[in-house]
Ligand binder design. Structure first.
Ligand code: SAM
Ligand code: SF4
Length: 462
């Protein structure tokens, strides 16, 4: 999934009161990937049925939740820093309940209660339905832990409260968990087995979003290409089928998705994208490494040639498609030659953007147990800097090719730099800034690109 490098995702200040009669207030901070943002919306939905509403003011909260990420060590370190701040609040207000939910809760379980004094609740990603009971236990003065993983839970019947949304785009979770077991990754341990959500509930949620004025949905899963549903009558649906049905709901509703797994992303998906104007022309196709030797050690299941073959298929079936990637440098046994292979694949793939990370060894993964984390820190840093520098060049090149073109842009917000300008995104997921011309958030407009920076396209309305 499109990965948001660990950062705080707070409510957007435009919070709708979910439950006007509620007597208690919850403050929730979300870290990590889009799946966590989507989960926080489920959590708010469950709580709003039980005497809670959200607040963005930590001082007036009765309950503080931190929805956590374990993907790299620095994600956890950052969250522990926030817990220290929440502890100060609890000293000021002893009835305050502090809950750690999500991946760090699942990974550390009861240990979190010992390590982080004053945490009251530890709740894994498949136990959110139990929140009201667990909160009641905490209110009665006990600590509560529920980290049971499920093979079935998809929260299909729960309608998420879009508390952190900009009112234009929304996340729709189509599956949970992951069965891939890449050797560096904690996700299979923190989120459990892969399971797909009933398409009826997915499509109903998308329809509802469209009726409520949303203009874009992003279908979420760790490996969307493995989406698979079989109905009782024997009819089955794969990801291309789901994408097709999603696109047909409203031709004015953009459909995005993330993440595509290079081994499983097939031409049927690409042809479905090409067929529908409203399926956005962007694929997040994380390579992780360009070296086949390293890909084998990562157990990704594909080679460099396979990956480049998938990029070629995207370019030939959807020429206007943008491609982004995730890259890890300094994985176990990564030599200078392996690193050069990564740079080569980046150049050949011409990524529009990439999320780039130093390998971080995670407890209990295959890599931690069986491989040696033997690339020195300074070499990891140098290699990271090299791939970042190359990606900046590639992003600059890709964006400069857009200059002179006209794109349809969906307006998301006022520009950060000037309230006379708006910011929106092209189908290719590139952000564009342009003078507002009386338009507003949620409008589709045609914009001619005049110039660019490495991060943004700058244009004018046509
Ligand atoms: N399921 C998605 C996939 O396979 O591409 C990605 C999910 S993961 C939440 C997001 C990204 O974090 C991965 O693509 C990978 O680049 C990075 N990542 C995962 N484990 C890591 C680790 N141990 N060290 C550094 N980066 C890691
Ligand atoms: Fe982690 Fe690999 Fe699953 Fe992505 S596909 S979540 S990297 S195990």
């Amino acid at each position: 999934m499109d990965f948001i490098p660990t950062k705080k995702i707070s409510p957007n200040g435009d919070i709708k009161i979910q439950n006007p009669n509620a007597s208690k207030k919850v403050y929730i901070e979300t870290y990590g990937c889009q799946m966590n943002v989507s989960d926080s919306e489920i959590v708010i939905s469950i709580l709003s049925e039980h005497d809670f509403t959200t607040t963005d003011n930590i001082k007036e909260a009765d309950l503080i939740f931190v929805n956590t990420c374990s993907i790299r060590e620095n994600a956890e370190t950052r969250i522990r820093g926030r817990l220290a701040v929440f502890r100060l609040e609890k000293k000021r207000k002893p009835d305050l309940i502090i809950g750690v939910i999500g991946c760090m809760a699942e990974r550390l379980k009861e240990k979190l209660l010992e390590q982080e004094k004053l945490v009251d609740l530890v709740i894994g990603p498949d136990a959110y339905r139990k929140l009201p009971e667990l909160i009641a236990e905490a209110e009665a003065g006990q600590t509560a832990v529920n980290v049971l993983l499920s093979r079935e839970e998809t929260y299909a019947d729960i309608s998420p409260v879009r508390y952190a949304s900009n009112g234009v785009s929304a996340f729709v979770s189509i599956m949970r968990g992951c069965d891939n077991m890449c050797t560096y990754c904690v996700v299979p341990f923190t989120r459990g087995r892969e399971r797909s959500r009933d398409p009826k509930s997915i499509l109903a949620e998308i329809k509802d979003l469209s009726l409520n004025g949303f203009k874009e949905v992003t279908l979420l899963g760790q490996n969307v290409d493995k989406y698979s549903w079989e109905d009782e009558d024997g009819t089955s649906l794969n990801f291309a089928g789901l994408l097709n049905k999603s696109a047909l709901i409203d031709e004015n509703l953009r459909v995005r998705f993330s993440t595509s797994y290079p081994l499983d992303m097939n031409d049927e998906v690409l042809h479905t994208m090409a067929k529908h104007k409203n399926i956005c022309k962007h694929i997040h196709l994380p390579v992780q490494s360009g070296s086949t030797k390293i890909l084998d050690l990562m157990k990704r299941g594909y080679s460099q040639e396979w990956y480049l073959g998938r990029v070629k298929a995207i370019r030939s079936i959807i020429p206007e498609c943008s491609i982004s990637s995730d890259i890890i440098v300094g994985f176990c046994d990564e030599s200078e030659e392996d690193h050069q292979e990564t740079l080569k694949v980046m150049r050949q793939s011409e990524y529009d953007f990439a999320y780039m990370f130093k390998y971080s060894e995670r407890p209990n993964t295959f890599a931690e147990r069986k491989l040696e984390n033997n690339v020195p820190e300074d070499v990891k840093t140098r290699r990271l800097n090299e791939i970042i520098a190359l990606q900046q060049e590639l992003s600059q090149e890709a964006k400069s090719k857009d200059v002179g073109n006209v794109y349809e842009v969906l307006i998301e917000s006022v520009s950060k730099k000037s309230d006379k300008e708006l910011m929106g995104r092209t189908s290719q997921n590139k952000s564009v800034v342009f003078p507002s011309g009386g338009h507003k958030k949620g409008d589709f407009v045609k914009v001619k690109i005049l110039r660019n920076t490495t991060a943004t396209l700058i244009g004018a309305l046509v």
